[in-house]
Design a protein around this ligand. Structure first.
Ligand code: SF4
Length: 897
């Protein structure tokens, strides 16, 4: 397989969203745009892309979206001001030197990102450990994959996923637990669909509290109560033992610890486990039989296992099933964690977590520290334990962190228990934010802003879920004055070394990204992941490679010989029991809130919200509830409800979802303070952590739901620069208990939608201010106001083209005006529409982003008897990336019912 760095003017690089690591070919166009296509030669995707990957080009060059120059705050009450790079780097270096001298190195913390490239991580990590002298360097991968790391290390001996993507083609049974692949890893889900089509005998089991789009492919759905997977997996192993489905030879020859676990498993009968996890005991038995009885079973799992205070136990308990049944180290068999972020795996290799060192070393191990110190040419590395993400922010809130350097992540959006996070950011003396996007929720806390280059402006490498290292190549120069992350860090490191340890300045004299990679790769020599013989020239010649890499080829799957990287070469069964999640439901907080992803969005939406087509599938935040829970808690579909617990609250519109377990409510994780208002959905999530992985329990919070009595409503859509509109709105939003602001696409142009609600009509002056703040360029066409009743109805036009509307106190015309703004027909009489004398057409949401096909057309087609193939033929929906196919099937199924 050859991967050339460029062909026909295209540049081969990698999609920057998820850990699937799809190859893309990009080509800058004469008009300044960027053409992006799937790379047919890349073994992660063979040309396939999902809705996010296909539209990457549209996320580039959006006015107002980027940070373009360094900034510095000169006084605590002053705003940040633009400065030169030299001034910014000097300021960071002096602040670090002064803090180390006055408070010691552990008063400095680094909080990085799974979206950094391997080279960025490496230089950050070296700065923290070899120059500053602290292990306080952690990343947002702590929120994502650290329980997978712990699970692998506790059972298999090393943080190394044994399987690969090709295993989908060989599996006889696929067990998906805590992963909504159809939404979070769509290209892998397409591969699974294709494998199933080629092998109709394949069994697919999905364990998830929600009947997700992924579950729609399942032969068996196990609706497991959040946080109880250990009981489910133990019961499956109990059945395997009872029915003699285990592989005794494999257990005897290649594992240790089975007897102790086996004794514990006696209490996890299917009936007993069913009481804990809510899955019917017959289904537990069937799942165990299919898992063990298949010629090859592959498990796929991600946040639904990891983001719990017992997440590493869940990982270990799932891996036990593979060890006990011998489904590991063979084609189609093995446990396979799917990484969330594009380079979370690279971060694990580089040791960019407080609990890791480069080359899968351990900072708690004196031998590992000495080995790395020798490689780096420094006398010693710090022995003090570093602070993982949650503990780092707790220390910051307690005043123990004086300088916090945050890169390529948005803790004021993504960390749980936002009240504490915001307090921590306010407490720190100096917050350094190294960031590409102007929409970061963390920016208002920054004392120094370092504008970073981002995709497609960077050069380096990433490693995907299947241990495959790919080259990331720049296709455009950095925007404005932005710089590559590793160069920013090296610039600070050289200044800091000159000030506190001149003999170490040479540690950071990297000529280019290739030199950084070469030094990093050398740290893997002799380790389980050894790719010390890999370099950029080989990656250019051979294409993406898996580790370990022997100089010619990478290894597809691990442990084929049954030898594990443990002292005795045996894998381990961990003697673990089920531990309940940290948040307990109670009479006050009787519901379990779980969070997850949406198909077309990524994390805080800093990039996906810039792409018009990606905002139309689910535009507004919603709280999904089972109809039975809705009735019990007095809410109805479309009504606003208050979600509350001891940490915070949020107001959201309710949507009914019969696919949810009763007692479980769901909100997508994408809604931060910028969209939802307040502190976003993470105001409610828990910072309780897993004792092994230190990963917080983002997937489960005990909450209450009650009707939000906010009868006064306002709705607005307006074309324009979203960042600009948001900044004009910020002060006003705080006046409303419900104030959702989302980026939208209107007839292909960017805009903002604002939804407000309040208990009483606001003062007329507030309404007038709202109208004037948001008034777009163009003449005011129509105004039917009744300020005494808190009613404002306005539509703005530029010539005959609508530019926006504001409906306050009476939102009846919102759908019709929205349809008009989105390219639909103009109302016959605007006055009649605004006065409520006539209705108008409403636009259904877009289901197929690639072809822009709306739900009403699909439902009508399905009602006429069209199946998936018929819909694809007639409407073209589902013929692009395929991400909407599960939803199309669901709509067809609903029509049949
Ligand atoms: Fe990008 Fe989609 Fe591939 Fe993930 S599955 S890497 S988001 S194209």
């Amino acid at each position: 397989m050859n991967d050339t760095s460029a062909s026909d003017g295209d540049i081969a690089t990698v999609c920057c969203y998820c850990g699937t690591g799809c190859g893309v070919r990009v080509s800058p166009q004469p008009d300044g745009s960027l053409r992006v296509e799937g790379d047919e030669q890349h073994p992660a995707n063979f040309g396939r892309l999902c809705s996010k990957g296909r539209t990457l080009g549209q996320s580039v060059g959006v006015a107002g979206s980027r940070l373009l120059q360094p900034q510095l705050r000169t006084g605590k009450d002053e705003a940040c001001q633009p400065v030169s790079w030299d001034s910014a780097l000097d300021a960071v270096s002096s602040k670090l030197a002064a803090t180390i001298a006055e408070h010691g190195p552990d008063a400095v913390g680094f909080y990085l990102s799974g979206q950094l490239l391997t080279e960025d991580y490496y230089v950050f990590n070296k700065l923290a450990r070899a120059l500053v002298g602290t292990n306080n360097v952690d990343t947002n991968s702590r929120l994502c994959m650290s329980s997978a790391v712990s699970g692998y290390k506790r059972t298999l001996g090393a943080d190394a996923p044994p399987a690969c993507y090709e295993d989908f083609d060989h599996a006889g049974c696929v067990f998906i637990a805590g992963a909504n692949m159809a939404v979070a890893h769509p290209v892998l889900f397409r591969r699974l669909e294709a494998a199933r089509a080629a092998n109709p005998g394949m069994k697919i089991i999905v364990a998830d509290p929600r009947r997700t789009d992924t579950a729609s492919l399942a032969d068996l759905h196990l609706p497991v109560l959040p946080g109880t997977d250990v009981a489910l997996f133990h019961a499956m192993l109990n059945v395997m033992i009872w029915e003699d489905l285990i592989d005794r030879d494999y257990i005897a020859q290649h594992t240790a610890g089975f007897a102790a676990l086996r004794a514990r498993l006696r209490e996890y009968t299917p009936r007993a486990a069913s009481q804990l996890c809510g899955v019917h005991e017959d289904d537990i038995v069937t799942a165990a039989r299919w898992f063990a009885g298949s010629p090859a079973t592959l498990s796929c799992y991600t946040m639904g296992l990891n983001q719990y205070s017992n997440g590493s136990d869940k990982n270990a308990a799932l891996i036990h099933l593979h060890l006990a049944s011998g489904h590991i180290g063979r084609p189609g068999a093995g446990p396979f964690s799917l990484t969330g972020q594009p380079n979370a795996m690279g971060g694990r290799e580089v040791g960019a977590l407080a609990t890791l060192l480069p080359g899968h070393r351990d900072p708690a191990d004196a031998g590992d520290r000495a080995e790395l110190a020798a490689l780096w040419g420094v006398p010693a590395l710090p022995a003090n334990p570093g602070l993982p993400a949650v503990a780092l922010f707790e220390a910051a809130a307690a005043g123990r962190i004086k300088v916090l350097w945050i890169a390529c992540t948005d803790p004021a959006f993504s960390l749980p228990d936002q009240a504490l996070v915001r307090a921590a950011l306010q407490k720190v003396d100096c917050v350094i934010v190294q960031e590409a996007f102007a929409s970061s929720h963390t920016l208002p806390f920054a004392d120094i802003v370092l504008p970073a280059a981002t995709w497609p402006e960077k050069d380096g490498t990433v490693t995907n879920s299947e241990r495959r290292i790919s080259r990331v190549r720049a296709a455009l120069p950095p925007a404005g004055q932005a710089r590559e992350d590793w160069r920013i860090v090296a610039g600070v490191a050289q200044r800091l070394a000159a000030s506190i340890a001149p003999q170490r300045a040479s540690l950071f004299a990297f000529a280019d990204a290739a030199a950084v990679f070469a030094e990093h790769a050398a740290t893997t020599a002799g380790r389980d992941l050894d790719y010390s013989r890999l370099n950029y020239a080989l990656l250019d010649r051979l294409g993406p490679q898996q580790w370990p890499f022997d100089g010619h080829a990478g290894r597809s799957r691990l442990y084929g010989d049954g030898v594990y990287p443990t002292p005795d070469g045996r894998a381990r069964f961990a003697d673990i029991g089920w531990q309940p999640p940290a948040d307990k439901v109670s009479a006050h907080f009787p519901l379990r809130l779980t969070t997850g992803r949406l198909r077309d969005h990524w994390h805080s939406m800093s990039r996906t919200a810039l792409v018009p087509g990606l905002t139309r599938h689910q535009t507004l935040p919603q709280l999904a509830m089972h109809p039975r829970d809705m009735a019990r808690h007095g809410v109805q579909a479309g009504m606003l409800a208050t979600l509350r617990n001891k940490r915070g609250s949020a107001v959201l519109p309710v949507v009914a979802d019969e696919g949810l377990l009763p007692g479980v409510v769901f909100v997508p994780m994408h809604w931060g303070g910028a969209t939802l208002g307040g502190l976003g959905i993470n105001a409610l999530t828990s910072r309780a952590v897993d004792p092994h992985s230190q990963q917080p329990e983002l997937k489960l919070a005990a909450v209450s739901v009650a009707p939000a009595r906010l009868p006064w409503r306002a709705s607005l859509q307006v074309l324009g620069d979203v960042a600009n509109l948001r900044s004009r709105l910020d002060m006003l939003r705080a006046a409303f208990p419900y104030a959702v602001a989302v980026a939208i696409s209107l007839d292909g142009k960017p805009g903002l939608q604002l939804e407000l609600a309040a208990a009483e009509p606001p003062a007329p002056a507030v309404l007038q201010q709202l109208a004037s703040v948001l008034q777009p360029a163009g003449a005011l066409l129509a105004a039917f106001d009744d300020p005494a009743r808190g009613v404002l109805r306005r539509v703005w036009l530029d010539g005959r083209t609508p530019q926006g509307y504001l409906l306050a106190g009476d939102t009846a015309a919102a759908s019709a005006l929205g349809a008009w703004l989105d390219g639909g027909a103009a109302p016959a009489s605007l006055a009649a529409l605004l006065q409520g004398r006539v209705g108008g057409p409403a636009l259904a949401r877009v289901v197929c982003s690639c072809e822009g096909v709306r739900e009403d057309a699909i439902v009508a087609g399905a009602a006429r008897g069209l199946d998936l193939a018929g819909l694809q033929r007639e409407l073209r929906c589902g013929t692009g990336c395929g991400s909407c196919v599960p939803e199309l099937k669901r709509l067809c199924q609903r029509a049949t019912v």
